[in-house]
Design a protein around this ligand. Structure first.
Ligand code: ATP
Ligand code: ZN
Length: 283
């Protein structure tokens, strides 16, 4: 069977997390230095290191079978690819921001204004859906300085913490889209045996990230109370301790409500609570 190719960003905000994800999937390869392609020694896969803007088209056209790229770039390039998995990193929002001095209350008040962006396709669709007649100024970078230079009234740009907006005298006004890194594939590739294997590995790594492995000691009298607080993968393992009145409970806890559960467990009499990261969870 032909060796699959996956395209990832060669440097930038998604590079490190993309490499880490693939390594956590057990793939052994050299990270990008100067070569564009790196072979994986223990899986039929090659890694292409590219600029993120090129990834969606390369995947659509089959030059790469798979890719990891921000949803913002996928939507902007209007390609036909399949979403295989949302990856939970590279989170950001495409927002319209306006100068602090501009007083607007509703998005419709953007009508008649000019908006500078590197995302004209997404912005055009957004404005059309909201029936806003604003002028789009497409520029290739440093969007945040354009109101200050008198190039536009507003901007539409990617924001994560909002620090760049603030330091340029801008404030977020409305959300155009939320984005994160996505594992995409060429249409039809999802049925490929090795893609399914890789996808399973990716999902097991993501699941493991969302959960923690917890071991705690508890008196047998309080065991039922503790078990009610612990869903586990199926049900928790209960191991006898040398002291006959006590047991150790092993389980996994979702990261989302981790502290709430831990506090409830302590109230239920749990002691010596030990928490460990999980590498993979395979169902
Ligand atoms: P390249 O050289 O590959 O073209 P780039 O400069 O276009 O890189 P980066 O700035 O590295 O791109 O951002 C890559 C992706 O990271 C974005 O497309 C977006 O999906 C995501 N991202 C997350 N947070 C932010 C942010 N605060 N600003 C910009 N992009 C962000
Ligand atoms: Zn780019």
């Amino acid at each position: 069977m032909k060796t699959l190719k996956i395209a990832i960003q060669k440097s930038g905000r998604l590079n490190e997390k993309s490499v880490e994800l693939l390594k956590n999937c057990g793939l052994d390869f050299d990270n990008y230095k100067s070569s564009l392609i790196s072979g994986v020694s223990n899986f039929p896969l090659e890694i292409l290191f590219l600029r993120d803007d090129d990834i969606p088209e390369y995947v659509q056209d089959g030059i790469a079978d798979l890719g990891i790229v921000g949803e913002n770039v996928i939507q902007e390039t209007e390609v036909e690819v399949v979403y295989l998995q949302r990856l939970g990193f590279g989170k950001c929002s495409l927002k319209i921001a306006i100068p602090n001095s501009l007083d607007l209350n509703d998005v419709t008040e953007l009508s008649g204004k000019s908006i500078a962006t590197t995302y004209p396709v997404i912005l055009r669709k957004y404005l059309k859906a909201k029936e806003i007649n604003a002028e789009i100024r497409t520029i290739s970078g440093s969007v945040e300085i354009s109101p200050g230079l008198g190039l536009s009234d507003a901007i539409c740009d990617l924001v994560s913490t909002g620090g760049t907006l603030k330091s340029n005298g801008l404030k977020p006004f409305c959300n155009v889209m939320s984005s994160e890194a996505i594992l995409i594939g060429k249409a039809g590739i999802e049925n490929h045996e090795h893609v399914q294997e890789l996808l399973q590995r990716v999902q097991s790594v993501l699941r493991a990230k969302e959960t923690k492995y917890v071991v705690l000691n508890i008196h047998k009298d309080n065991l039922n109370k503790a078990i009610e607080l612990l869903p586990g993968v199926k049900s928790p393992s209960v191991v006898p301790l040398a002291d006959e009145g006590w047991v150790a409970v092993h389980t996994v806890i979702p990261e989302s409500d981790f502290w709430d559960r831990i506090n409830l467990l302590r109230q239920a009499g749990a002691q010596g609570i030990t928490v460990m990261p999980i590498e993979k969870i395979i169902f």
